[in-house]
Design a binder for this molecule. Structure first.
Ligand code: PLP
Length: 238
């Protein structure tokens, strides 16, 4: 199967999930998670019309970012690609990614917020961020506990160069994707509750949730960004 075939298959499943849940297809955007693949495949994805690229480590992302969006990259790709940082981020790595990734999906602590705000202010930019929430409570997962989120968002209001736009979560891997539904539903309800309580100056509109194994369930539960690696771009030895 070519990447275009896989994209077509994902698109059909995504449209069906939107139809089942009475949502419009335009409400959901796809991030191609390219951490498992090399530059050639990322370029192929861009040729298929994919625009949003997700990476979880700068070290792995760097050669691809340079080829596609770096100073020497072909201009048409640089214009097209929008980079999303989706992995856990060390504060001392913020300086590497801040001017290259438009969105950060993994904001989960004050020390990281301070680092993002400081570097963004220096560059004169405002960074749209997702606050990562550990809904499932698994030890291995990053993110705030749901009950800590409101307090965290209120503290974030002090940072002029961070714009919280939504919440992000990762569901546990389940054999039966249906089992992930409560996690996604809880993230949506938390977002709605935070908005009802005006936890942020602007309502949180976005939900970054759903991966290869469970994206249809996430879409049915309100995802606005799905992060697709294996099912879309595959997995290579890189
Ligand atoms: C790797 C990764 C994905 C994509 O994983 P797949 O299961 O291959 O779709 C999505 N989100 C995050 C945070 C990831 O690290």
């Amino acid at each position: 199967m070519t990447l275009q075939d896989r994209l077509d298959a994902v698109e059909r499943r995504l449209q069906a999930a939107c139809a089942r849940s009475g949502r419009s297809r335009e409400e959901v955007r796809i991030i191609a998670v390219t951490k498992y693949v090399g530059t050639a495949t990322v370029l192929e994805a861009l040729r298929c019309g994919i625009r949003h690229l997700g990476e979880n480590r700068w070290q792995q992302a760097e050669p691809k970012w340079r080829a596609i969006s770096g100073p020497d990259a072909a201009a048409d790709y640089a214009v097209q690609a929008v980079w999303h940082f989706i992995g856990s981020l060390q504060s001392n790595k913020v300086k590497d990614v801040i001017d290259k990734f438009t969105y950060i999906h993994s904001l989960d602590r004050m020390s990281l917020a301070q680092a993002i705000d400081r570097h963004a202010a220096r560059l004169g930019i405002v960074v749209p961020c997702f606050v990562q929430v550990n809904v499932s409570g698994e030890q291995s997962k990053h993110g705030l506990a749901p009950e800590e989120t409101e307090h965290f968002l209120k503290e974030l209001a002090a940072f002029r160069s961070i714009r919280p736009i939504g919440l992000m979560t990762m569901a546990p891997h389940e054999e039966d994707p249906e089992a992930t539904r409560p996690v996604f539903r809880q993230l949506r309800l938390l977002r709605d509750e935070l908005n009802a309580r005006s936890a942020t100056a602007e309502p949180l509109t976005e939900l970054s949730m759903g991966m290869s194994n469970d994206f249809e369930i996430a879409v049915e539960e309100g995802a606005t960004w799905i992060r697709l690696g294996t099912v879309l771009v595959g997995k290579e030895e890189v």
